[in-house]
Design a protein around this ligand. Structure first.
Ligand code: UTP
Length: 408
């Protein structure tokens, strides 16, 4: 893209200010800026202040989860089916590690955080160890795809190298970058991170499949015969990855996807819950759960919307391919965005100063025809690390790990 074309694109979205310092930049930075403008989707800023296209009233109803009792009854058969799928190379794992982990407040990627007490135990190490359990049991290497972002790609890759992949087979670990979105001020003016660079942030975990496809990994997966992907967050240090029982249950129930869920520990717990929306599997975010839905009971006297997602999903790749081009809703989130101020000086704001634009993986579920909510025991599989202290923190996760006999 040349300067004139960049100008035209920027004008269309009222972003001409992004070229304010162009003439002062060295040639290489000028070229990099034009390239960034060319590949960035600027249209996101036009969605600020607009409600997501007047959503038609949808009909919400409860979805049947596979409960622990049912799982225990079918455990052997499910495990056999799942193990068979793993052994025949049909299952891959996708670690979502492109987030910024701002709540934890570390400058490094969240996975590099050391949660050890008497020895170093990195979050990434816990993830790899968890996957190793299944690799050992099935005697099969499982391909692990790690999504990073422009902000943390190099450092994440280097860390794995330095740690010798925590003993995992290097040939079965693949890194790919997620796409980035611009960040803007409250008026929708995209911010500059430096004189020759737009402020950007990872475009949310909803973009994982398109990013993986754009990175050319879909072809590789097909070539390897991978049909299912277990996708999970970086911060749950207790989760079971490529769990044969979960995989087997989803396959036997003939579902396009599965979601590990836990029973809410309180009606107001801040987790998204599974439901049916106009007959499709769906997730209601905790802030969208009305009092009346929260208080709805089933015939057995159980809360009808009681199964919270823990960001551990299983997807059939061919089902994802059918929906990959459908647009996901855009979530506009207030954040602190490091940027240049009016005077062209770099600032690290103490308070939110603008918006980031993200799509979410839970919105992907809604595009599918079926998704099996699969209950897991929260004390055995759910120890998320979001904050430094308090709820969902390093401290609470350390306690849960110890309760599960993991040395720290
Ligand atoms: P969170 O919603 O906890 O976001 O991500 P975060 O960026 O890690 O943390 P905060 O909100 O800034 O404190 C849930 C999972 O999705 C991944 C994260 O790495 C984590 O595994 N994620 C999130 C991405 O891979 N990309 C994104 O753009 C956002």
């Amino acid at each position: 893209m040349n300067l004139e074309e960049a100008r035209q694109k920027l004008e269309k979205y009222n972003q001409g200010h992004l070229l304010k310092y162009y003439s002062t930049l060295p040639e290489a930075e000028q070229a990099a800026l034009l390239q960034q403008i060319s590949k960035t989707d600027l249209s996101v800023v036009t969605r600020i202040g607009k409600k997501e296209a007047a959503k038609k009233e949808s009909s919400i109803s409860p979805i049947a989860a596979m409960t622990l009792d049912e799982i225990n009854t079918g455990r052997e058969a499910f495990t056999e089916t799942g193990t068979e799928a793993i052994r025949s190379g049909k299952v891959g794992a996708v670690l979502l590690a492109g987030g910024m982990g701002t709540r934890l407040g570390s400058d490094n990627p969240k996975g590099m955080y050391d949660i050890g007490i008497t020895k170093p135990v990195y979050i990434f190490q816990r993830i790899v160890d968890n996957l190793f359990d299944i690799v050992d049991k099935t005697r099969t290497w499982i391909h692990l795809f790690i999504m990073t972002s422009d902000k943390n790609h190099e450092i994440t890759q280097k860390f794995f190298e330095e740690q010798q992949y925590f003993g995992y087979d290097k040939e079965h670990i693949h890194f790919f970058r997620q796409d980035m979105a611009p960040a803007s001020d409250y008026e929708g003016k995209i911010l500059l991170e430096s004189k020759g660079k737009l402020a950007t942030s990872p475009n949310g975990n909803g973009g994982w499949f398109s990013s993986l496809t754009n990175a050319g990994l879909l072809g590789f997966m097909k070539q390897e015969g991978i049909e299912w992907l277990n996708v999970f967050a970086v911060d749950n240090v207790l989760q079971r990855i490529a769990d044969p029982c979960f995989i087997g249950a989803v396959i036997e129930r003939n579902c396009e996807a599965g979601a590990k869920v836990v029973r809410k520990n309180h009606p107001d717990e801040k987790v998204g819950v599974m439901c049916l929306e106009d007959g499709h599997p769906s997730i209601i975010e905790y802030y969208e759960l009305t009092d009346s839905l929260r208080d709805t009971m089933t015939e057995d006297g159980e809360p009808a919307y009681n199964f919270g997602v823990i960001l551990n999903y299983l997807f059939r790749i061919d089902s994802l391919e059918k929906v990959v081009n459908k647009e996901l809703p855009l979530h506009i989130v207030e954040k602190k965005i490091p940027c240049l101020n009016e005077q062209g000086e770099f600032i690290q704001p103490e308070e939110p100063n603008g918006y980031k634009f993200e799509t979410l993986i839970l919105d992907l579920i809604k595009l599918l025809d079926s998704c099996l909510p699969f209950e897991v025991e929260r004390s055995e599989e759910f120890a998320p690390i979001k904050n430094k202290t308090g709820i969902d923190s390093v401290e609470s996760a350390q306690l849960l790990l110890k309760q599960n006999g993991i040395e720290l």
